[in-house]
Design a protein around this ligand. Structure first.
Ligand SMILES: Nc1nc2c(ncn2[C@@H]2O[C@H](COP(=O)(O)OP(=O)(O)OP(=O)(O)O)[C@@H](O)[C@H]2O)c(=O)[nH]1
Ligand SMILES: [Mg+2]
Ligand SMILES: [Zn+2]
Length: 417
């Protein structure tokens, strides 16, 4: 045993912090678990403090999404007013209080917006993964196939399980995303800016208890809002408090590629995005709203640049852009470890491709993001015709950028295989 080992004890225990800061998955403000407030679990008509009442804070939150005010509800209790012996802590986190009527409540609310927090908030590290990108780049479809793949394949490949945090999340994911795409072969309508954005939360839990679980918060933003100041005011907080960013770029939205593909397609029937914003505008929108305020005007949040709809690039193979036998078109499975050789190949190839077709975009990425890597995915595996998926959904490389983020966040190990 070496001198240092002897001094510090060989098995140096990793200190687990007693709690984690909570980032509210609704309004994205960050706070200490001690600062939560509670919703009473009952009401008393003759008590002004405990009668059913309007929750102005919660209504103000709903207002941003044009939601009608909610009916009167149970009182909000500030735990500061509760004596210590009436508070219950689990793993260092305040989880329950008993009110003056002796009735307990476990409904923890965000102090800033009064939405109810998930059970795990503050107990395990929460990681918001933001999916950003211009209008119609494929954010909603990608999120759907990514979550589907994580639940059905990836989790198992990494000795983990990926489960929705609540029955409500499970139902919403199935009804709004999974069933239309996997069941009916229908595409989704463009995500509306004004619709209330409820995050989809999943728990990625390793079978090895020593590894902390990861709470993943997916947020499906509306692309049309990404370049608008007002919309970004709300979402800047969310992106800023993310642990990782998936920055989606549609090759069909890059001018050079767009022209090439539209000539080559001739009378192919497949869908072709009509609306498009240059991906650089999304960076500028993000810069104005949060990156500009970061140290040195740069963000160090790991950011995966993900080229979507890679199936469309097949049309270009033969050109000097992409070879027919390119890695981009082959699905790969990362198992147990993040495969670093495979990663380096794809990162190099995709980055060279983007440099060729949109040098200015790569330059902008380099100026504002300090930790990036490049990927290419096809969420569907083929091009839909008239908003209908033609064959079974067969995603290509969809979980790779996500696994790179987990690797960057040190949840999984990387190996040269
Ligand atoms: N060829 C091909 N087309 C795709 C793929 N994924 C998405 N698309 C096409 O892109 C369109 C837009 O996808 P969405 O996921 O709805 O795009 P979005 O980024 O959520 O768009 P907004 O909600 O408007 O911001 C779909 O209707 C499909 O036509 C893919 O993997 N391959
Ligand atoms: Mg969408
Ligand atoms: Zn909140």
């Amino acid at each position: 045993m070496g001198f240092l080992d002897a001094l510090f004890g060989k098995e140096k225990k990793v200190e687990v912090p007693p709690f984690y800061d909570i980032v509210c998955p609704f309004c994205f403000q960050k706070f200490n678990p001690e600062d939560v407030v509670f919703r009473a679990s009952h009401s008393k008509e003759d008590d002004e403090e405990f009668c059913l009442q309007e929750d102005e804070t919660l209504n103000k939150y709903g207002d941003r999404f044009d939601l009608a005010p909610l009916p009167d509800m149970e009182a909000v209790i500030d735990p500061d007013k509760i004596p210590f012996e009436y508070k219950k802590y689990v793993d260092g986190v305040l989880v329950e209080i008993v009110d003056k009527y002796g009735i307990p409540t476990r409904r923890r609310l965000c102090p800033k917006c009064h939405n109810e927090l998930p059970l795990t908030a503050g107990k395990v590290p929460g990681n918001i993964i933001s999916i950003v990108g211009a209008s119609q780049v494929g954010k909603s479809v990608y999120m759907t196939t990514l979550i589907h793949t994580l639940q059905n394949f990836t989790a198992n490949n990494f000795d983990a399980a990926c489960l929705p945090v609540s029955v409500d999340v499970s139902r919403r994911f199935r009804e709004l995303y999974e069933d239309p795409i996997y069941g009916d072969g229908e595409l989704l309508t463009s995500t509306r800016k004004t619709a209330k954005q409820e995050p989809l939360m999943f728990q990625f839990k390793f079978k090895n208890d020593q590894k902390p679980p990861v709470t993943l918060v997916f947020f499906d933003v509306a692309g049309e809002g990404m370049v608008e100041k007002e919309y970004m005011d709300i979402f800047a907080a969310h992106i800023k408090n993310s642990s990782g960013i998936l920055f989606l770029v549609d090759p069909l939205q890059m001018r050079t590629i767009r022209n090439k593909i539209s000539i080559k397609r001739e009378d192919d029937l497949g869908d072709f995005t009509a609306r498009y914003d240059e991906p650089r505008e999304v960076i500028i929108g993000m810069f104005e709203n949060f990156i500009g305020n970061e140290e040195k005007g740069k963000t160090n949040i790991p950011t995966a640049v993900v080229i979507t709809k890679s199936d469309m690039l097949k049309i270009l193979s033969g050109e000097d852009y992409i070879k027919e036998n390119s890695n981009i078109f082959n699905n790969v499975t990362h198992e147990k470890y993040f495969n670093i050789n495979e990663f380096e190949n794809i990162n190099g190839e995709v980055k060279r491709f983007v440099e060729k077709v949109d040098r200015a975009f790569v330059d902008a990425m380099e100026v504002y993001f300090s930790n990036t890597a490049y990927f290419a995915v096809s969420a569907l595996g083929s091009n839909p015709i008239e908003q209908k998926i033609q064959s079974t959904v067969s995603p290509v490389r969809v979980d790779e950028p996500f696994l790179w983020l987990l690797y960057q966040l040190k949840y999984i190990e990387g190996r040269r295989i």
